[in-house]
Write a protein that binds this ligand. Structure first.
Ligand code: BGC
Length: 852
């Protein structure tokens, strides 16, 4: 028999006791009255009108149905700000919110976003995203809540409750197993049922069963060979039957592939329009019995029921009393940034910077200015204003520390513009881009073909650089697909390593050949970031460049740049770093290098490793601050820098919060929501993350061969050490754990087990730690991870203060998914308990017995 799902969350989070929720217009529970009203509305619609209703309209709406008295409903992305209808507060992205390990803060964020939505008349917020971080490249990891299903569930639930408390439907997405962005429309995530239930679904399950989320959004990908929008097992068996979801299951935008499949397999609303679920496809299918009218009625009833529960028929959704640029939202964003920034290394207690010792700080790097509040894609919010790292640090907060700034390496556009082709020696020696640009002779031959195959007779022109990089430079090439071949010579002015960078736009494809050898390639896929490689070139010996480019759309946006590695870091950067007492190198990603629709690189974007090394070689007090959605390859420099901060995507207040931490106004509190591997090869998904190639038109299958042994579950079970473990984060103070007790020490699997212990601040200043409770089940009939997170609490303590923590374990906390009985199962025997502040640092441990 299935056990009732009691997330420990209910006990841990104490939802009802949280004074932070403003129950503005919280949804009412379903009732016979609501069902009757939904039925009477349904009866007023013709079959045609019902079909119309289950396809969205105008990009972001559900249409109105006058006959049923049903209003038009407005949606907005999400999840880190109400982004669709103009500027809004840019909150910290999901991975940062997870790094706070603070469910009450997640709830405050939900409330603030719910209010932002109400100010704009939005009925549906398209968030949160709760997919699992499987590998650092996952293009939307930054939107999600990390690698652990328990942590993700405990952040998702209060976020959703917060949003919905304001009378706005939250939409948990992307259901399910969207763990990579590369080829996201075509790829199939293949896994066994245990892996699905234990790792990839619990956050969705909690959203439905605990937070009573109003809407769920299917993902683009296939799950076990079937597209999510027509996956009966996922949508009907699990979501609607097992979990009892009675809200609206919508598609992602253009993620529906078959009308009958989607209609019968649980999809209630096709977005952004009824491209498949429309009259043309469904009327004949209903007529010949492939789809029943009752199936359509159920979808419409779900839309009506949910709208009635949220009061959409009784009030205007726009609340004019809420400020657009809401100060209370800004305060939440600041708290998120403060709590999420994670200190990973602090040799010799370099941080916080001591104003007596450090008088000048050099701030260098591409992410220092302008602010990078979030990454790219549908979650990207345009804030009214955002504080960059450089600005935050320059406003010295009373520290008296003077900040010097330079970017340190060129932007991609500058690199493209400064790359001079041709064999004229005088051009390559000039260092002034203005004069080069002014006098540069056209030396790149451009052949434009009116077909995508470089065949036939081209139109030939000449340009100075391979550089059409920037929205204003779109050059409409006319009708139809075409291809462009750029050819040029490049004359190296010194002997050594050169960085070669090439980029195109979104679905463009291209190949870069040097002396006839292909050195970089971008296949035709959704999304792309600039790519780079290194070549050894000889002074005075020209190389031949050929860039074959096939734009996907009707504009050109591409570039090629070459630069000697020695010339990469600007002399100014080295100079200000050498003359300062400390240097902060702000590196990482931004919307052009980390985004929905593409996977990112594990390596930092081009030039950044070299920048860190160059600065660290002239300033021993170098702090690296990373902006990004997760782990990066740090091998080249991690042992050369004393301090490392990870900022995630901190939202519009990121620069302020970082400065408070660097100058010691606050102690850092973030703890990793994902394991950071030293090398990509160390990650358990290394051999299975990308699907093996398949012939054109066939489905690429990604086999989740690591099963449940993902992230720290893998590292702790296989005795491997990551670079920085899941749950880890340093503070300016220290903590100790003591007095572990488990009660009772013998219990039935139905009983509640209480784990209690003390956390003490053993350092000199106030700070917060994240107490983490892991459980192991060595006597289970199946192999289970050595440690699984089953409880946590963020503890804020004054120096010398001790807090007694009590966490509960219920049946579900001890259970695994048993594929034989298709249910959660607890095997009697010994269970281990580990307590500490990371998956590796668990100083307390004990065990208890579970009897039959
Ligand atoms: C994204 C969704 C988003 C939708 C609407 C899609 O591309 O995957 O997360 O909500 O667009 O903008």
């Amino acid at each position: 028999m299935r056990k009732p799902f009691h997330l420990t969350a209910l006990l841990l989070l104490n939802f009802s006791a949280c004074s932070c929720i403003v129950h503005a217009q919280a949804p009412v529970p379903d009732s016979p009255m609501i069902e009757q009203k939904a039925d009477s509305m349904l009866k007023k619609l013709s079959l045609e009108e019902k079909i119309d209703l289950i396809g969205g309209v105008d990009g972001m709406y559900i249409r109105s149905e006058e006959a049923a008295g049903f209003p038009r409903l407005k949606m907005s992305d999400g999840p880190y700000g109400v982004r669709t209808w103009g500027p809004d507060t840019a909150y910290a992205a999901g991975i940062g919110l997870a790094a706070t390990w603070d469910p009450q803060l997640a709830q405050r964020m939900g409330v603030a976003i719910g209010q932002d939505a109400r100010a704009r008349g939005v009925h549906f917020l398209l968030g949160p995203g709760v997919n699992i971080y499987r590998a650092p490249m996952g293009g939307r990891n930054f939107e999600y809540f990390g690698e652990d299903p328990f942590l993700a569930a405990h952040i998702a639930v209060p976020y959703i409750e917060g949003v919905q408390s304001q009378g706005v439907i939250a939409t948990v997405k992307h259901f399910a197993a969207n763990n990579q962005e590369y080829d996201r429309h075509n790829v199939s995530s293949d896994m066994d049922e245990r892996t699905l239930r234990e790792i990839y679904l619990p956050a969705f399950e909690a959203a439905v069963k605990v937070a009573h989320v109003g809407a769920v959004m299917n993902s683009y990908n296939l799950l076990n060979g079937v597209h999510a929008t027509q996956n009966c097992h996922l949508n009907n068996d699990i979501l609607k039957k097992d979990w009892g979801f009675d809200g609206i299951l919508m598609s992602d935008w253009v993620a529906t592939y078959d009308a009958v499949g989607a209609a019968n397999c649980g999809l209630d609303l096709e977005m952004p329009s009824g491209a498949f679920m429309n009259r043309k496809n469904l009327l004949p299918a209903i007529k010949d019995g492939r789809v029943s009218e009752a199936t359509i009625d159920d979808k419409v009833r779900r839309i009506f029921r949910t709208s009635l529960r949220f009061g959409f028929l009784d009030r205007d959704q726009t609340d004019l009393s809420i400020p657009y640029d809401n100060p209370s939202g800004r305060a939440v964003a600041l708290d998120e940034a403060r709590e999420s920034i994670t200190l990973l290394k602090n040799d010799g207690n370099l941080l916080p910077l001591e104003s007596g010792k450090i008088k000048t700080l050099a701030v260098i790097g591409p992410d220092a200015w302008p602010a990078v509040p979030g990454a790219g894609g549908s979650s990207q919010v345009e804030p009214y204003s955002a504080i960059s790292i450089m600005s935050g640090l320059t406003n010295d907060q009373g520290s008296g520390i003077k900040v010097l700034y330079t970017r340190g390496i060129p932007t991609t556009k500058e690199l493209f513009q400064r790359t001079h082709f041709g064999t004229d020696q005088s051009m390559t020696s000039s260092s002034d881009p203005f004069w080069e640009d002014w006098f540069g002779k056209p030396t790149v031959k451009v052949e434009t073909f009116d077909n995508p195959n470089f065949s036939g007779i081209p139109t030939v022109t000449q340009v100075k650089h391979i550089d059409s990089w920037g929205a204003h430079e779109f050059t409409p090439p006319g009708q139809g697909k075409h291809s462009i071949r750029y050819t040029a010579d490049y004359l190296p002015h010194k002997t050594g390593d050169y960085l070669v960078v090439a980029a195109g736009n979104w679905g463009d494809s291209w190949k870069l050949m040097v002396d006839g050898r292909q050195v970089l390639e971008q296949p035709h896929r959704e999304g792309q970031a600039p790519q780079s490689t290194k070549l050894f070139l000889t002074a005075g010996k020209p190389v031949h460049i050929q860039f074959d480019y096939i734009p996907d759309g009707n504009h050109v946006l591409a570039g090629v740049g070459i630069l000697a590695v020695d010339d990469l870091v600007s002399p100014e950067a080295k100079k200000i770093a050498a003359m300062s007492d400390a240097a902060l190198v702000s590196v990482g990603f931004d919307p052009s290098t980390e985004s929905e629709g593409m996977d990112r690189t594990f390596a930092l974007p081009w030039g950044q490793d070299e920048l860190i090394e160059a600065i660290a070689s002239v300033n021993k007090n170098t702090i690296v601050a990373i902006t990004g959605g997760g782990g990066v390859d740090m091998r080249r420099w991690i042992d050369k820098v004393p301090a490392l901060l990870h900022n995630w995507y901190p939202g519009e207040e990121g620069g302020q919060a970082l400065a408070e931490i660097v100058y010691g106004k606050r102690s850092p509190e973030g703890h990793l929501p994902a394991s950071f591997e030293r090398s990509w090869e160390d990650n358990p998904t290394h051999d299975s993350y990308y699907a093996p190639p398949v012939p054109q038109g066939q489905t690429p299958h990604v086999r989740y061969s690591e099963g449940v042994f993902l992230g720290y579950r893998y590292y702790t079970s296989r005795n491997r050490k990551p670079l920085f473990p899941f749950g880890f984060g340093l503070s300016y103070t220290t903590f100790s754990f003591s007095n572990l007790q488990v009660s009772p020490s013998q219990a039935s699997s139905e009983g509640k087990i209480t784990v209690s212990f003390d956390v003490t601040n053993t350092g000199q200043r106030e700070g917060a730690d994240v107490a983490q409770l892991y459980v192991g089940d060595p006597s289970a009939k199946v192999e289970r991870p050595i440690k699984e997170l089953k409880g946590f609490e963020k503890v804020r303590l004054n120096p010398g203060e001790t807090k007694h923590i009590s966490l509960s374990l219920d049946h579900r906390a001890l259970a695994y998914w048993d594929t034989k009985s298709n249910d959660w199962r607890v095997d009697p025997g010994e269970f281990k308990v580990y307590v500490g502040d990371s998956s590796e640092n668990t100083p307390l441990s004990t065990s208890f017995d579970v009897t039959k």
